[in-house]
Every structure is written in structure tokens, then in C-alpha cells.
Design a protein around this ligand. Structure first.
Ligand code: ATP
Length: 368
């Protein structure tokens, strides 16, 4: 399904929304590339839905602009915008069958010959043969597909998805994530997806914006923000992170040197977001390795010793907590591949890592 007219990028310029004294969206500026799959990720209450509603025209910005290409659409009524929304609740019409639900947008525009377009849409969402069923006769996942077909048949230039998979169970949600990605690639429309589920955002989106308190904390490709988070908030929001509080003590060639409780570490300067003062040294749990306390760690790696304080079996891996002598608990994921050594609670062990997998974040002096 090709777009009828090129939409251009979606740009939010200094977008702000206040409710009385409360600022829900705070001077937000970002560009969403045409045809990309963009995720707004953040905890409940951070302002994601309000941002989406301003793009849709369901909420009026207190200030700022919503631009599609060069056109400011902030003044347009919702139905005049080349934008459609899929909600978590699906909002299907219960008294209409699936065919008529999908045909709704075309009929409202007075289009008589809807048959081939409806069938094309049902085929896109893999619901051929369901035309005469009522929404209540479909599963949650199928209803979600109908909602998607009903929105896409209008050929919007931007599709907004507000927690569209939130009502589905985990397995179905994972299936639909892959399905949504396939559909987005096929139709080539800009998708803006709101979610609080980091795995969902990273699975589907080309670009993820992590929101916190009405602002964007970090924006980038999933692997980039996961591997090299900009703030402690992002590091913790996107999965688990071990953040060790320390101070920059200098540099050595291409490395930034860090001291934490008397121990010395280094991080490639290219992976350091601070080059002086208080910092967090960060290492993801899957980048840590565990060995018995007496084992010589590989040359070039860095390590911390401690006592195993917890071992939780989580299927593909076991999560160990290693309590260091100064009380920090490091989380370590060890794959349950059958060849990995196992550790018991109370055992002494050493966690080591390749310094190229660590990162450095600025830290406020009063943090930690
Ligand atoms: P959730 O994932 O829970 O939907 P969210 O990140 O989408 O959260 P928003 O719905 O955008 O968050 O809300 C942001 C903040 O603005 C919240 O603190 C919310 O209470 C507040 N808010 C939203 N709508 C209104 C309103 N109409 N009047 C007053 N406050 C509002």
C-alpha cells in the first residue's frame, strides 16, 4: 500500500502542555523521520499519552508546534489531520461486523466501492475469512488487528498507537510486536508507538525516545541507548544496570580512569559521558562473567570480588547477586547453557568484565 502523498517528517517543536500548575509535557522538541517506527517509552505519568494526543489533535498544546513536513497541523481538527490513532481499548463498533468496522472510514467519506480495499486490509492483518464475525466473537489479538486495519484503510500519513498491546497476554503481545513491525514495513507509514514496556519499544522501533517527567531523556536506536545510556534513569529504565559510584581520576591514552572505593577501573573515553568529577561506572548484567574466587580472571579484564547473595533461575539464564565488600550488589546473568559453572548462595566469587563493555555516566555529587 503506497502513500498517496509524501507526508514528510513529523516534528514537534517546543511542545508544552500544562494542566493548571502541572507541566505534563515540557518544551519537547523532536523529529520523527517519515516512514520510521518511533517509540515513546516511559513510566506511567511521564507525558507520553499527552504528547500523542497533541499529535492527534485530541489535546490542545499550551504552546509549541506540531508540524508534518512544513505544515503546522496544530490548528487542525482531529479528523482533518492525516493522522489516525489505535487505542489500547480497540474501540471497535460492537454492532457492526468486522467488514463494516474496517469499511467505516471509507463509508464515512462516501466511498461506495469498498470491497477490495477492505479485503486488502483484512489480508494485511491476516484476518481473511473473518468478515462476517462480530468483534465479541474475536480474541483480543484479533480485535487489535481489526482496529489496526480500520485505521490503516484511511491511508493516514502517521499512525499513532497508544499502548495498543497493553490488554494482551505476554505471549500474544510478543507475537503482535513482530506482526506490527511487519505491517509497518509493508505499509511504510510513520508509526508512533507509546509504551511503558522497554522490551516492546526496543523490539519494534527504529528509534526510541525515553521520556521522563515531560521531557526526553535520550533518543536513539534501541541498541545505542541500551548499550550506551545517557543517564542513570535511562540505564535503569532499559533493563538492569550495575552502576558503581566513583570519581574520574584521570585519563590514559584512549581510556578514562575511575576510582571507586579505592579500586581502579578504566573505560574507553568514547564510552564516557563525563571526563571529570563524580561518575557512575556502568556494566550490564549480561556483560559480567562469574568465576570462583581463586580463579585468575582473563588478562585485560576488570573485576570485583564478593559473596553470592542470591541465585534466581529464570529459564534462559540464572541471575546471581554478588555482594561486594563495600555493600554494593552486582547483578550477573549467567546463561543456562549447560556448560556454565553454577554458584551457591554464600560462595565467594569474582565478577569480571571487558572494560570495552562498560560505560561512564555523570553523577550528581549527592547521588548514591
Ligand atoms: P500512562 O502510561 O499512565 O498513560 P503517560 O505517560 O501516558 O502515562 P499522561 O497520560 O500523558 O502520562 O499524563 C501525564 C501527566 O499529566 C500525568 O501526571 C497525568 O496525571 C497528567 N494529566 C493528564 N491529563 C490530564 C488532565 N486532563 N488534567 C490534569 N492532569 C492531567
Amino acid at each position: 500500500m503506497a502513500q498517496e502523498t509524501p507526508a514528510g517528517d513529523l516534528r514537534l517543536a517546543n511542545l508544552t502542555k500544562t494542566f493548571g500548575p502541572f507541566t505534563a509535557v515540557d518544551d519537547l522538541s523532536l523529529t520523527i523521520a517519515q516512514g520510521s517506527f518511533f517509540a515513546l517509552l516511559g513510566a506511567s505519568g511521564c507525558g507520553k499519552t499527552t504528547t500523542l494526543r497533541m499529535i492527534a489533535g485530541l489535546e490542545e498544546p499550551t504552546s509549541g508546534q506540531v508540524l508534518l513536513g512544513d505544515r503546522d497541523i496544530a490548528g487542525l481538527r482531529p479528523y482533518k489531520r492525516p493522522v489516525n490513532t489505535v487505542f489500547q481499548s480497540y474501540a471497535l463498533f460492537p454492532h457492526l461486523d468486522i467488514f463494516e468496522n474496517v469499511a467505516f472510514g471509507l463509508r464515512r467519506r462516501g466511498i461506495r466501492s469498498v470491497d477490495s480495499q477492505v479485503r486488502e486490509m483484512l489480508s494485511l492483518v491476516q484476518l481473511d475469512g473473518y468478515e462476517r464475525r462480530r468483534p465479541t466473537q474475536l480474541s483480543g489479538g484479533q480485535q487489535q488487528r481489526v482496529a489496526l486495519a480500520r485505521a490503516l484503510i484511511n491511508h493516514p500519513q502517521v499512525l499513532l498507537l497508544d499502548e495498543p498491546l497493553g490488554a494482551l497476554d505476554l505471549k500474544l503481545r510478543r507475537q503482535m510486536q513482530i506482526e506490527l513491525k511487519r505491517i509497518q514495513t509493508e505499509v511504510g507509514i510513520t508509526f508512533v508507538h507509546v509504551t511503558h514496556d522497554q522490551e516492546e519499544a526496543m523490539t519494534m522501533a527504529d528509534t526510541v525516545a525515553v521520556m521522563n517527567a515531560g521531557r526526553i531523556e535520550q533518543l536513539g536506536a534501541p541498541a545505542d541507548i541500551y548499550e550506551f545510556p545517557a543517564t542513570a534513569f535511562v540505564a535503569n529504565f532499559l533493563g538492569q544496570s550495575n552502576l558503581i559510584a566513583g570519581e574520574v581520576s584521570g585519563s590514559n591514552g584512549d581510556d578514562t580512569l575511575v576510582t571507586a572505593r579505592g579500586a581502579r577501573f578504566s573505560v574507553p573515553s568514547a564510552r564516557a559521558r563525563a571526563d571529570e568529577g563524580p561518575v557512575y561506572l556502568g556494566v550490564r548484567p549480561e556483560k559480567l562473567h562469574l568465576a570462583g574466587a581463586a580463579v585468575q580472571v582473563p588478562a585485560g579484564s576488570q573485576h570485583l570480588e564478593g559473596t553470592i547473595s542470591d541465585a534466581s533461575y529464570v529459564g534462559v539464564s540464572t541471575q546471581y547477586l554478588l555482594r561486594t565488600s563495600w555493600g554494593t550488589e552486582l547483578s550477573v546473568f549467567v546463561a543456562n547453557s549447560g556448560t556454565q559453572q553454577r554458584f551457591a548462595v554464600g560462595e565467594r566469587a569474582v565478577a569480571y568484565w571487558d572494560p570495552r563493555h562498560a560505560f561512564l555516566l555523570g553523577r550528581r555529587a549527592d547521588e548514591d
